[in-house]
Ligand binder design. Structure first.
Ligand SMILES: Nc1nc2c(ncn2[C@@H]2O[C@H](COP(=O)(O)OP(=O)(O)OP(=O)(O)O)[C@@H](O)[C@H]2O)c(=O)[nH]1
Ligand SMILES: [Mg+2]
Length: 307
C-alpha cells in the first residue's frame, strides 16, 4: 500500500491507519512526508462536559459546507469511557452518512500518560489524504491533554458551570493550553457569572493570542456558530503571524518523538533489560545506561539488516 492508495476513500484510509497501528513505519513515514497542513483542533475537558456533542455539531456544519472532516477520539480505556464511547458512536452516527467525514477512536491501550504513540501518525494520514479539519478529542485528565498541544493548531477546552469555583473549573494546565474556552451546558448553573470569573483569570498565550471564552448549549445547537467564528479568528491570527509553520514543525517533531518512544518501549519490554537494571542498581548512571541501550539498538538493527 502506498500513499496514493490511502487517499482514495474512507475504507482505504481506515486500512492504512490499522497498518500503521500494527507497526508499518514505512507508511507512517510516507504519511508524514505527504502532509499538506490540515487544521488540527484539539478538544479537551472533563469527562461528560460535552466534547463529543460539540464536535459533532461543529463537524456537521463543516461537513455540510463540503469540507473533509476527521474526528479522532482518544479512548483511554479508563472506567469513564466504557459507556461514553458507545454514546459517542450513536451521536456521531448522523455524521457517518457523509462520505467526507472520517471518524475513528484510537485506543491508548491503557498506555500510561495519555495518547497512543500513533496518534500523530493517524493525524498525518488524514492530513495527507486531504482532510481540511481534524478534531482530536481527549479526556481532560493527565498527560494526553497536554500532549494534544503538540499536534493541534487550535486547542478548545470545554468546561461546565456546574463544577465548583473557577479554580476547579479550569485546571492550571488547561489555562496554559487553551486557545478557546467553551462553557458548555450553560443551561445548567450560573453561566454568566462563570464567564465573568473566568475572564479575570485568562492569561495571554506565549504567542500573543488572548484566549477567548464562549458559552454554549451543545445539545440545542446554541453557540456553535460563535465557536466556529472564534476558530476561524484563531486560525487567522496564527496564519497572519506566520506561526502556522511552527505548529507544523512541532507536529512533525512530535511524530518522530513518538516513534522514538515507541521503539524505547519495545526495547524495555525485552527480557535482556534485566542487564540494564543490574547496571543501574550497581551504581551506573541512568543516562549512561540509556546511551548503551541506544547504541545496542543501532547494532541490533544492523545485524538484522544483514540477515
Ligand atoms: N444539558 C446539557 N447537556 C448536554 C450539553 N451538551 C452535552 N450534554 C449531554 O451531556 C452528556 C455528555 O456529553 P458528551 O458529548 O458525551 O460529553 P464528553 O465530554 O464527550 O464525554 P466523555 O467523552 O465521556 O468525556 C450527554 O448526555 C449529552 O447529551 C448541554 O449543553 N446541556
Ligand atoms: Mg466524548
Amino acid at each position: 500500500m502506498n500513499i496514493a492508495d490511502i487517499l482514495k476513500d474512507r475504507k482505504s484510509i481506515a486500512k492504512a491507519i490499522t497498518e500503521i497501528e500494527e507497526g508499518n513505519t514505512e507508511l507512517a513515514t510516507e504519511a508524514l512526508r505527504g502532509i499538506r497542513g490540515a487544521w488540527v483542533i484539539g478538544v479537551t475537558g472533563v469527562p461528560g462536559s460535552g466534547k463529543s456533542t460539540l464536535i459533532s455539531k461543529i463537524a456537521l456544519k463543516l461537513a455540510l459546507e463540503g469540507k473533509k472532516i476527521g474526528i479522532l477520539g482518544i479512548d483511554p480505556t479508563s472506567p469513564f469511557s466504557g459507556g461514553a464511547v458507545l454514546g459517542d458512536r450513536i451521536r456521531m452516527r448522523e455524521l457517518n452518512k457523509f462520505e467526507n467525514v472520517f471518524i475513528r477512536s484510537i485506543s491508548t491501550g491503557g498506555k500510561l500518560g495519555g495518547m497512543s504513540y500513533h496518534t500523530p501518525d493517524i493525524v498525518n494520514v488524514l492530513d495527507a489524504a486531504g482532510f481540511d479539519t481534524i478534531f482530536i478529542e481527549t479526556v481532560g485528565t493527565g498527560q494526553d491533554e497536554v500532549d494534544v498541544m503538540n499536534i493541534a493548531n487550535t486547542v478548545l477546552v470545554v468546561i461546565v458551570p456546574t463544577l465548583g469555583d473557577e479554580v476547579q473549573v479550569i485546571k492550571a494546565g488547561q489555562l496554559e493550553i487553551g486557545d478557546i474556552f467553551i462553557l458548555n451546558k450553560s443551561d445548567q448553573g450560573a453561566a454568566d457569572e462563570k464567564i465573568k470569573e473566568m475572564t479575570l483569570i485568562m492569561k495571554e498565550r506565549k504567542d500573543g493570542w488572548i484566549p477567548r471564552i464562549v458559552k454554549s448549549v451543545a445539545v440545542r445547537n446554541q453557540g456553535i456558530d460563535e465557536i466556529l467564528r472564534l476558530i476561524v479568528e484563531h486560525r487567522e491570527f496564527i496564519e497572519r503571524n506566520g506561526l502556522k509553520k511552527n505548529k507544523l514543525r512541532q507536529r512533525i517533531l512530535y511524530t518522530i518523538k513518538q516513534h522514538a518512544l515507541n521503539r524505547m518501549d519495545e526495547i524495555m519490554k525485552n527480557e535482556e533489560i534485566e542487564v540494564y537494571i543490574e547496571k543501574v542498581m550497581s551504581g551506573k548512571d541512568i543516562s549512561k545506561v540509556i546511551d548503551e541501550i541506544m547504541l545496542e539498538m543501532g547494532v541490533g538493527y544492523g545485524k538484522r539488516g544483514k540477515d
